[in-house]
Design a binder for this molecule. Structure first.
Ligand code: KIV
Length: 284
C-alpha cells in the first residue's frame, strides 16, 4: 500500500549528515521518471538520484557515455515533479564537468534549474577545484569514487576497485580530498567492504555504498535492479520484485482479451451520454 502523500518535510542535503550521525542508514535509489520517483518517495527513500545509469537502463545505450545534459535535464525535471519528500540529486553526465570547472558550474546550474537539490560528479583529488567552484555557486555536490562508470573505458569494464593496499590508500586520499573540498556525501561503488568501512570511519561526509558492503552510512541501488526490470543485474544488487515478468503477464493478458474481443468491456465504452462522472472524465 502506498504511504499517504502528506506534506512531509523535504529531506535536505544537511539531513544526510544528521542521519549518519544519529546512526540512521540513508536509503537511496535511482529513478528516471515522475511515476518512479512517486513510488520511491511513497516507499520512504531519503535520496533519489537521477543517475546517468539512465543511459543503460532506460535509453538502451551500452554504457553511461552517451548520456547528454539534455537527457539529464529532462529526466531530472520529471523526477523532481514526482518526489515530494526525498532529496533529488542528479548526475552530471560524461563531459559535462571534466573539461573545465566553469562549464561544470553552468551545467550544475542547469540541473538545479531542472529541479535537482544537489549534483553528483565522479572522481577524486583531481576534482577538488571543480567541487569548490560548484559549491561556490551554491550547489551541493556529492562525490563518487571506486568504480566510476564514466571511466569504464579506462577500467576495461565494471570491476571492483581498491583491492590492493596502494589502491585502497589512494581511494582514502581521494575521499579525504573530496571531504575537504566540501562534498556533502560520497558514493563508493564496487570497492571491498573493509575499504569502504575504513573510508566511512575516516571522513565526515556520509558514504553511500553500492557494491561496497554494509559498513557505509547508506546504500544506493539502481531502481531497475531493485524491481527486476534490468536486463543484467550486478551481483551486488538484490531484486525485491520481478516487474519485468509482471509486465509481460499484464501485456499478454491484455493481448488475449483484445484478440478474444473481451476488451474493451461495457465499463470501458462510452455510450454517448456519461462516463463515470466529471472526475473521471477530467483524467482522460
Ligand atoms: O548512475 C547511477 O545510477 C549511479 C549510482 C551510484 C547508482 O551513479
Amino acid at each position: 500500500m502506498p504511504r499517504a502523500r502528506s506534506a512531509a518535510a523535504r529531506v535536505t542535503i544537511h539531513d544526510l549528515a544528521h542521519m549518519a550521525a544519529s546512526g540512521r542508514r540513508i536509503v537511496a535509489v535511482t529513478a528516471y521518471t515522475a511515476a518512479e520517483a512517486r513510488c520511491c518517495d511513497d516507499a520512504g527513500a531519503d535520496l533519489i538520484l537521477v543517475g546517468d545509469s539512465l543511459g543503460r537502463v532506460v535509453l538502451g545505450l551500452p554504457d553511461e557515455l552517451g548520456v547528454t545534459m539534455e537527457d539529464m535535464e529532462r529526466h531530472t525535471a520529471a523526477v523532481a515533479r514526482g518526489a515530494r519528500r526525498a532529496l533529488t540529486a542528479a548526475d552530471l553526465p560524461f563531459l559535462a564537468y571534466q573539461a573545465d570547472p566553469a562549464e561544470a558550474v553552468r551545467n550544475a546550474g542547469r540541473l538545479v534549474r531542472a529541479g535537482a537539490a544537489a549534483v553528483k560528479i565522479e572522481g577524486g583529488a583531481g576534482r577538488v577545484e571543480t567541487v569548490r567552484r560548484i559549491l561556490d555557486a551554491g550547489i551541493p555536490v556529492i562525490g563518487h569514487l571506486g568504480f566510476t562508470p564514466q571511466s569504464i573505458r579506462r577500467f576495461g569494464g565494471p570491476r571492483v576497485q581498491a583491492r590492493g593496499e596502494a589502491e585502497a590508500a589512494s581511494l582514502l586520499a581521494d575521499a579525504r580530498a573530496l571531504a575537504a573540498a566540501g562534498c556533502s556525501a560520497i558514493v563508493l561503488e564496487m570497492v571491498p567492504a573493509a575499504v569502504a568501512a575504513q573510508v566511512t570511519r575516516s571522513v565526515s561526509p556520509p558514504t553511500i555504498g553500492i557494491g561496497a558492503g554494509a559498513g557505509c552510512a547508506g546504500q544506493i541501488l539502481v531502481l531497475y535492479d531493485v524491481v527486476g526490470l534490468s536486463e543484467r543485474r550486478p551481483r551486488f544488487a538484490r531484486p525485491y520484485a520481478d516487474l519485468a515478468q509482471g509486465m509481460r503477464d499484464a501485456v499478454a493478458a491484455y493481448a488475449r482479451d483484445v484478440r478474444a474481443g473481451t476488451f474493451p468491456g461495457p465499463e470501458h465504452t462510452h455510450d454517448g451520454r456519461s462516463w463515470g462522472g466529471p472526475a473521471e472524465e477530467a483524467q482522460r
